[in-house]
Design a protein around this ligand. Sequence first.
Ligand SMILES: [Zn+2]
Ligand SMILES: [Zn+2]
Ligand SMILES: [Zn+2]
Length: 364
Amino acid sequence: MQSPIATERLHATTDHLIRPDLSLDDLQGSWIHPRLVQSVDPVKGRQLRASRPVRKGELLLVDRPFALIPVVDSPEQSDDIRCSNSACHRPVARTAERVSCSDRCSAHVVWCNSSCREADKSRHVFECTWLKKYATSIRSKWGEYDFGMLWLIVRILATRQMEGQQKLISPHGERSSQSNLHSFKTGWGAIQSFCGSQETWSHSQVRYWTTLAKKYLGSYSSLPHGMDTNDVVTLICQEEANSFGLYPRETGIFPIPDPPVDRGQQFGAAVYPTAAIANHSCRPNIIHKPDNQGRMVFVASMDIAAGEECCISYFDLTTNVDLKPRRDHLQTSFRFVCKCDRCVSEGPPAEEVQWDEFPSMGEV
Ligand SMILES: [Zn+2]
Ligand SMILES: [Zn+2]
Ligand SMILES: [Zn+2]
């Protein structure tokens, strides 16, 4: 028998939770709830907090990607592939209007129509030669994951380049009276303040990325970014610690619905200036999902008290459900030991705590 609570959980999706007075379509660019603030914890580093109480269902963040890449197996057959125009990023169906690059750089580069291609022209020029030169060989030699990582870095560098050239209006159309956007860093400045450094990762991992950076991301005429290899490797370290996989359904619904609903097949990867600040909890108070423009959307999945940290789940909670596989997964993939309340409450009783509580026993 399904209880009414279980039914409610199944419906606890961003689409159902968002308050009717705030429509995503009305919000241009990025938007941050006035009560969502950032602070620094001595152990965890940067974090998001509620400055005053937030009700379940309130929209907390709409964050436009700094860079986004599609992750689909057969781009020619896919209706899930996203438009390359960074001001659009909508899913591009296989219609007569859909256009590819006239230089045939990559089957993964498509636009909704010729207007989107035109609007994206100067940004795409930055990556076009690089894709043409390396996409096929990186894929066959190093695999899809490394290709995606390198392409995302190239797109980050492309946006940085555009920012440098334009320095015009903020790309984030905000409704200033209702948004807290002004108290957060935006653009390249936000990416540079991401956590993650060469010290975060193992020596062998950093060596591996250095090899890739030297081989494929040097600042040559095909990729004129002007950064040295060390800075590019640091950027990779930050990107790998902060990028989001994009999935069609919500991540972080807790308690896990019965039957569980997974977040679906990944269709992209992206870096977000503000969403990246959120820390992980295995009992998150935020659920997150990209919208149809590739913007990351955070919604409060429960009431949040004043001062409370606002957390997302870094992985699909319908997988790695038990404590041990969950902690192992977080440690392997995200390089931290999770100490969220759920992990602590499900943790082994006593022994760890006792050692901490009686540190001087051996000296007695
Ligand atoms: Zn488009
Ligand atoms: Zn091209
Ligand atoms: Zn945890």
